[in-house]
Ligand binder design. Structure first.
Ligand code: CP
Ligand code: NVA
Length: 300
């Protein structure tokens, strides 16, 4: 594992190995021990979009591992004024030990890795959100014991979260179902791959997708960068919500996960959100442990 650009690049064994290390780091932290596994290492964090969890978990994660994190916003970097990514990559490679980037185009992340000489971590693009899904997988295994025989269901936009979740689910041996409106399906190449590699089911009926699910997930109807489509999307996504009806179709002990931020009354009702708040905030906490594991794998 040289980079974390998308989950598709990781084997099942590499994913499980990250999750095992994440569990170990979480256990050590709960015991009050912080190994200086990345003593003196420096991570640059480029943000072209907003963030609460990704920024704070990477920054505190590097601190806990004995390293240092630099917050680099596109408002301050020359990249925001058009300096090419291939130059930025080569310059940052001379100063840092790793780069985390949150941006729009997946190609920018791939180019950063191609032209630089240090590990690159994708902190969200329009295409995928691998760090979030590693934390989701960690939370699911933590609560369900294993992935064996589980069904994951996603309700809503076939966006970056859906793309990464379906890859994560299939690679760890879960079945995957998605309910999304026509025109808002996940990436078609990933759909073809999922159908070939595992059990994948797509429908426009939320309750049907959720039938017998062990874990039900959703995400915002309008992602960062789609703000002007908000009204149009509110219409298109009506009915694509985690609510009581959907939860009744799922297994009795089904978990709910949401990467956050959440919009109560849109993709999830306030009632379902609060009933599953422990699981959702464990998921948010696990960003820290899962990313520390990724950092150790790549930067050590
Ligand atoms: N879930 C997630 O990535 O949150 P942030 O946008 O706050 O980083
Ligand atoms: N799909 C959302 C995820 C936020 C963490 C977005 O891209 O804005």
């Amino acid at each position: 594992m040289k980079h974390l650009l998308k989950l598709m690049d990781l084997t099942r064994e590499e994913i499980l190995s990250v999750l095992n290390l994440a569990d170990q780091l979480k256990y050590e932290r709960q015991k009050g021990t912080f190994g200086d596994y990345l003593k003196g290492k420096k991570l640059g964090m480029i943000f072209q979009k907003s963030s609460t969890r990704t920024r704070v978990s990477f920054e505190t994660g590097m601190y806990e591992l004995g390293g240092y994190a630099l917050f680099l916003s596109n408002r301050d970097l020359q990249i925001g004024r058009g300096e090419p990514v291939e130059d930025t990559a080569r310059v940052l490679s001379r100063y840092l030990d790793g780069i985390m980037i949150r941006t729009f185009a997946q190609q920018e992340v791939e180019d950063l890795a191609k032209y630089g000489s240090i590990p690159v971590i994708n902190g969200l693009t329009d295409y995928c959100h691998p760090c979030q899904v590693l934390a989701d997988l960690m939370t699911i295994r933590e609560r369900k014991g294993s992935f064996k025989g589980l069904k994951m269901c996603f309700i809503g936009d076939g966006n970056n979260m859906a793309n990464s979740l379906m890859v994560g689910a299939i690679k760890t041996g879960m079945r995957f179902s998605i309910a999304c409106p026509k025109g808002y399906e996940p990436d078609s190449e990933l759909v073809a791959w999922a159908k070939k590699e595992g059990e994948f089911y797509m429908t426009e009926d939320a309750a049907e997708a959720a039938k017998d699910a062990d874990v039900v997930l959703t995400d915002v109807w309008a992602s960062m960068g789609q703000e002007e489509e908000k009204a149009k999307r509110e219409l298109a996504f009506k009915g694509f919500q985690i609510n009581e009806t959907v939860m009744k179709a799922a297994k009795k002990d089904a978990m709910v996960q949401h990467c956050l931020p959440a919009h109560r009354g849109e993709e999830i009702t306030a009632e379902v959100f609060e009933a599953h708040a422990d699981e959702i905030f464990d998921e948010a906490e696990n960003r820290l442990h899962a990313q520390k594991a990724v950092l150790c794998k790549l930067l050590k």
